[in-house]
Design a protein around this ligand. Structure first.
Ligand code: MUC
Ligand code: MG
Length: 367
């Protein structure tokens, strides 16, 4: 069995509701669909969402690195030899999202070849995940309204609030308003996407001391190591590494140096293979994990739930799986549904993302 070709197809789908956060804004899903073809009659599929403000990748760079650097080395290999592919990709630094998509597409092939759902191959722990919804920058009253709507319509009871605005009072007010209006059964946690300094984040922690906020993701830039360490030492709630920990090496550096004490795993930037290594590191060290969203489409969200539901530790908390609801359309032939606040894995061979070819033709773009 051989890999016969790799396609990196750029496409654009608008957002109905843009998401704004401390490090950027998303108005359009300008993503790349990765398809790995084989001579065994199966094709692996994955979505690559570029996040230039987070990892430096763009639609162009993802397509170029796959077309010009990875594909020539990977074509001809057995698609089940994922570790060989990974070793080849590892020679190139960064480009995490491009690497992640290639890895997920190979897992998709493995599932289709063995006629098994990939969530079973990865671990098969459970068959669905609770959904956490991400709330972008908005005035407090609108945030409360949005959270209530997601609660009523989808049964979602966990929310990640994007913070990192200045003055900090706007976000402090949003925290108080959400806690006050959503009640005790709702979990709220924060993500500042490095928008604050360590001292500003300390100030926020003091001002929300009495609120049942559960986690605080990337409060400041993890590279500002001393400030960050001080924050971790003084915080009553776990400080979560997200964009600072795309690889197992990054996660071990941040955990061992005291830069965070919980880890957000995102399959879009770690693939399933590196995500499994990060997860093993965290469970071994006794560190909590969250399942994050890289503002994923339905194709990406299906990959996330496939990984998240496969393991006990990743399915313990609600996973961030609902950003696709803000998109005008999607490429998935059979749309994802959120029922009673949960998304189910697909019990079909592979990751389960069947692409609607008409939609792909409508949204694909030439770069
Ligand atoms: C998140 O958790 O940070 C924002 C930027 C990105 O890369 O992912 C999102 C969500
Ligand atoms: Mg984050």
């Amino acid at each position: 069995m051989k890999i016969t070709g790799i396609e990196a197809i750029p496409y654009n789908i608008p957002y109905v509701k843009p998401l704004k956060f401390a490090s950027g804004e998303v108005h359009n899903a300008e993503h790349v669909l990765v398809r790995i073809h084989t001579n065994a009659g199966v094709t692996g599929v994955a979505d690559a969402p570029p996040r230039p403000y987070t990892y430096g990748e763009t639609q162009h760079s993802i397509k170029s690195i796959i077309d010009e650097v990875f594909a020539p080395e990977i074509i001809g290999l057995n698609p089940l030899d994922r570790e060989k592919v990974r070793a080849i990709m590892h020679r190139t630094i960064h480009n995490q999202v491009a690497k992640g998509a290639v890895d997920i597409a190979l897992w998709d092939i493995a599932g289709k070849i063995t006629e098994q759902p990939v969530h079973k191959l990865l671990g098969g722990y459970t068959d669905s995940m609770r959904v956490s919804h991400m709330l972008g920058f908005k005035p407090a009253a609108e945030l409360v309204e949005e959270a209530q709507m997601f609660g009523e319509k989808y049964g979602i009871t966990t929310f990640k609030l994007k913070v990192g605005r200045l003055p900090v009072s706007e976000d402090v007010e949003a925290c108080h308003a959400l806690v006050e209006h959503l009640g005790d059964d709702v979990e709220i946690y924060l993500d500042a996407n490095r928008g604050w300094t360590a001292n500003q984040a300390m100030d926020v922690l003091r001002q929300i001391e009495d609120l049942p906020i559960t986690l605080f993701e990337e409060p400041n830039d993890a590279k500002e190591a001393m400030g960050r360490r001080r924050l971790v030492q003084h915080s009553r709630i776990p400080i979560v590494g997200d964009e600072s920990v795309p690889t197992a090496g990054d996660a071990s550096r941040e955990l061992l140096s005291g830069g965070c004490n919980a880890i957000c795993i995102k399959t879009a930037r770690s693939g399933f293979t590196e995500a499994t290594e990060i997860l093993g590191l965290c469970t071994g060290l006794g560190v909590d994990v969250t399942i994050g969203n890289q503002i994923d489409t339905q194709v990406g969200s299906l990959a996330t739930v496939t990984f998240g539901a496969a393991h006990k530790a990743t399915s313990a908390r609600a996973g961030e799986l609902s950003n696709f609801l803000d998109m005008a359309d999607d490429l998935l032939a059979d749309p994802i549904e959120i029922i009673d606040g949960r998304i189910a894995v697909r019990d079909i061979p592979g990751v389960g993302a069947e692409i609607d070819e008409d939609k792909l033709n409508r949204y694909r773009v030439d770069l």
